[in-house]
Design a binder for this molecule. Structure first.
Ligand code: C2E
Ligand code: CA
Ligand code: CA
Length: 392
């Protein structure tokens, strides 16, 4: 039986939580005060419930300390304070590379507790390891990693909420380094650009990801999105791409390239022309992190994007900030008027998914539906019905 660790300064509340955990079939460990050394021994605990309001070290200090333990146990944040404070703590939790398990607003019932822990289990990533912000990779590390094939993709599902079907996957790169462990894009993307290795990296990753997807029979009618840095957009990419895509039995219409809005602001004439060529050959081009890169409506008009991705910061704040909600509404309307697809990303809750669907955003992506998955988990995901929002 696995453990639920409860970090809660009020003795009575702690006891109740322990009882709830036991009734739900878990062993429980109650810590009236946070203990770094004890908690970090429980690498295989089912989850942690953390009260944000504690007199000695408050929940945010605890998150800071936990971020140094390498713990990948989902954390449920619990508090009686207003929900927007919990939401800021959730941001801190994500930024610290910890696993968010959900939130519990005090007072809560046993039923709410059980719902929260089952949601947290759903969020448990089997493949996630420690974020690697601290790792300083050198040019040599990166170059060897490309040559040895240590970079690979995980695949985050995108859901069509009209049909409740998988629409496609976004490929997100990871590095499995023999010394540094699993590294995330924040540890290598910028450096790859600085060291002029981005091109080599993109070509290898594209091919290995397509190969991986072909090996599980990824269907022809589902899309595959890649993040691409403008410096990799040149005619060699196009030539290799067309050969590889058709050799692996995929179609150009399945492939989408995501360019962040920030990098799209300064595109050279050559890159713009290549984007247009990609569209002419049937590939999709998506403007990623839309709303954060200050592109003008004019640029949107002249660049050949056929998809907008609403940045996850707006989705995260949609229930708290009127501005975020307004930006989302207008982005959806703009996309529809311009005949573009629109994808809402960073969807973490049912409420966000419901509201986005109601506003006409047909495609959604985020932890609420699924974390980025390794190949085997993606294969299992593809064969399951997706019904997180109900029919229709
Ligand atoms: P992005 O393109 O905006 O990708 C989405 C990021 O948000 C991913 O982080 C994903 O794991 C995370 N995410 C997905 N759903 C949720 C959610 O519900 N909540 C929250 N808080 N986060 C969510 P990741 O994998 O760490 O990637 C970070 C960024 O690195 C990507 O942001 C993308 O811009 C860049 N990147 C990743 N792979 C590549 C690549 O192969 N090439 C290039 N040029 N950039 C890449
Ligand atoms: Ca992206
Ligand atoms: Ca994005």
């Amino acid at each position: 039986m696995s453990h639920i660790l409860i970090v809660e300064d009020v003795e009575e509340v702690g006891q109740v939580l322990c009882e709830f955990a036991q009734n739900a079939g878990y062993q429980s460990k109650f810590y009236p005060q946070f203990s770094h050394s004890e908690i970090s021994q429980y690498q295989d605990a089912a989850l942690i419930i953390l009260d944000l309001n504690m007199p000695i070290n408050d929940g945010l200090d605890v998150l800071e300390e936990l971020s140094h333990t390498g713990l990948r146990v989902p954390i449920i944040l619990c508090s009686g304070v207003s929900e927007d404070i919990i939401d800021s703590a959730i941001d801190v939790l994500h930024d610290s590379g910890l696993v968010f398990g959900g939130k519990l607003l005090k007072p809560f019932t046993y039923e709410q507790f059980v719902a929260a822990i089952s949601q947290a289990k759903h969020q448990t990533p089997t493949t996630m390891k420690t974020k690697t912000k601290a790792v300083e990779l050198t040019r040599g590390d990166l170059s060897i990693a490309i040559k040895n094939g240590w970079f690979y993709s995980v695949f985050q599902p995108q859901i069509d909420v009209k049909t409740n079907m998988l629409f496609g996957v976004e490929c997100l790169s990871r590095l499995n380094h023999p010394l540094f462990g699993e590294c995330y894009p924040d540890a290598f993307i910028k450096k790859l650009v600085e060291e002029n290795l981005m091109d080599e990296f993109s070509q290898e990753l594209l091919l290995s990801s397509l190969n991986a997807l072909a090996s599980i029979g990824f269907p022809k009618e589902k899309r595959i999105s890649f993040n691409i840095d403008p410096c990799s957009l040149h005619k060699d990419l196009l030539a290799n791409l067309e050969t590889n895509v058709s050799a692996l039995g995929f179609l150009p219409q399945q492939i989408c390239f995501e360019v962040t809005e920030l990098s799209a602001v300064t595109l050279s004439k050559e890159v713009k022309s290549l984007l247009a060529k990609l569209r002419l050959r049937g590939f999709d081009i998506s403007l990623d992190d839309f709303g954060t890169g200050f592109s003008t409506i004019h640029e949107l008009d002249i660049l050949p994007f056929n998809e907008l991705k609403i940045d996850r910061s707006f989705v995260a704040n949609m229930s708290k900030r009127k501005g975020s909600m307004a930006i989302i509404k207008h982005t959806i309307a703009l996309a529809q008027d311009m005949n573009m697809l629109v994808i809402g990303e960073g969807v973490e809750t049912k409420e966000q998914a419901r509201q986005l669907k109601e506003m006409g955003c047909q495609y959604l992506q985020g932890y609420y539906f699924s974390r980025p998955l390794d190949l085997i988990s993606l294969q299992a995901f593809m064969n399951q019905p997706i019904n997180r929002l109900g029919a229709g």
